[in-house]
Design a protein around this ligand. Structure first.
Ligand code: SF4
Length: 217
C-alpha cells in the first residue's frame, strides 16, 4: 500500500487495479466516502480536468462504498487475494511487493527503509521460499523492533492496525480480524459482501495523514 500511496502522490494517477486495491484498503481502515472522494480528487486533478474526474472516476469511488450500481458492500482484498490474483504488468503498481517485485527491487527497497543487510536477508529468505506473508511479517517485526509479531498476517488492514497499535500504543483499539473487521462480522474474501451490517470501519474517521504516519507497507 505504501508503494501505491507513493506512486499516487508522485504520478497523481493509478490504474484500475491499483485504485481498487488501495481504495478498498483505505475504506477498510476507516476513510469515509467524503474523505475518499476528496483524497482521490485532490491527487487526480493535479493532472486532470476536475470535470473529467467527476465524470469518470468519482462514480467508481462511490461505487466502492456501495453508493452506486447494485450498492454492494465491497470488502478489501486479503493478502492471499493480492498475492494470487491480478498479477501486475508494466505500469501497474498494485500487488504484493514480496510476491511481485524482483529481488533487486526488493533489496533496494529494504535498504531504503533502513534495514541492515542481515535483516534484509532474513526477509528475503522467506521471499525465496515463497512465504510472502511471513516475509512481510518479518519486515513488520524488524521495523517495529519486535522479537515476534503478535499476529498471523492475513490482511493489509491488519498490518496497518497492528502497526498503529504498536507504534501508537493504542491498546484500547478494537482487536481486528483479517479483513479489517471486528470479530464475528462479515467475511474477508476480498470480494463483494452483500451484508450491509458488516463493519468496515475499524479505526473510525481515520485520515490519510494518520495512514501515512503508521502504514509501512
Ligand atoms: S500486507 Fe504484506 S503480505 Fe499482505 S499484501 Fe501487503 S505487502 Fe503483501
Amino acid at each position: 500500500m505504501r508503494n501505491l500511496h507513493e506512486t499516487l502522490r508522485s504520478e497523481h494517477h493509478l490504474k484500475h487495479f491499483g485504485r481498487l486495491q488501495y481504495g478498498l484498503f483505505l475504506k477498510s481502515i476507516g476513510l469515509s466516502l467524503d474523505g475518499a472522494l476528496a483524497f482521490w480528487r485532490a491527487e487526480f486533478t493535479k493532472k486532470m480536468d476536475p470535470d473529467k474526474f467527476d465524470k469518470q472516476y468519482a462514480y467508481h469511488v462511490r461505487h466502492s462504498y456501495g453508493k452506486e450500481g447494485k450498492r454492494a458492500n465491497y470488502t478489501p482484498y486479503s493478502c492471499m487475494k493480492i498475492i494470487m490474483s491480478n498479477t501486475p504488468t508494466q505500469g501497474d503498481h498494485h500487488g504484493c511487493p514480496f510476491r511481485h517485485w524482483d529481488r533487486s527491487h526488493m533489496t533496494t527497497m529494504l535498504q531504503s527503509h533502513g534495514l541492515s543487510s542481515k535483516d534484509g536477508q532474513s526477509v528475503l529468505e522467506f521471499v525465496e521460499s515463497s512465504h510472502y506473508q511471513l516475509a512481510c511479517q518479518k519486515y513488520f517485526e524488524i521495523t517495529h523492533k519486535l522479537q515476534s509479531a503478535p499476529f498471523s498476517l492475513e490482511h493489509p488492514s491488519q498490518y496497518f492496525a497492528e502497526s498503529r497499535r504498536v507504534r501508537g500504543g493504542l491498546d484500547s483499539m478494537p482487536k481486528t480480524e483479517p479483513g479489517g473487521m471486528e470479530s464475528g462480522q462479515g467475511d474477508a474474501s476480498g470480494v463483494e459482501c452483500e451484508d450491509e451490517s458488516v463493519a468496515m470501519d475499524v479505526t473510525a474517521e481515520i485520515s490519510v495523514k494518520d495512514m501515512e504516519d503508521f502504514e509501512s507497507f
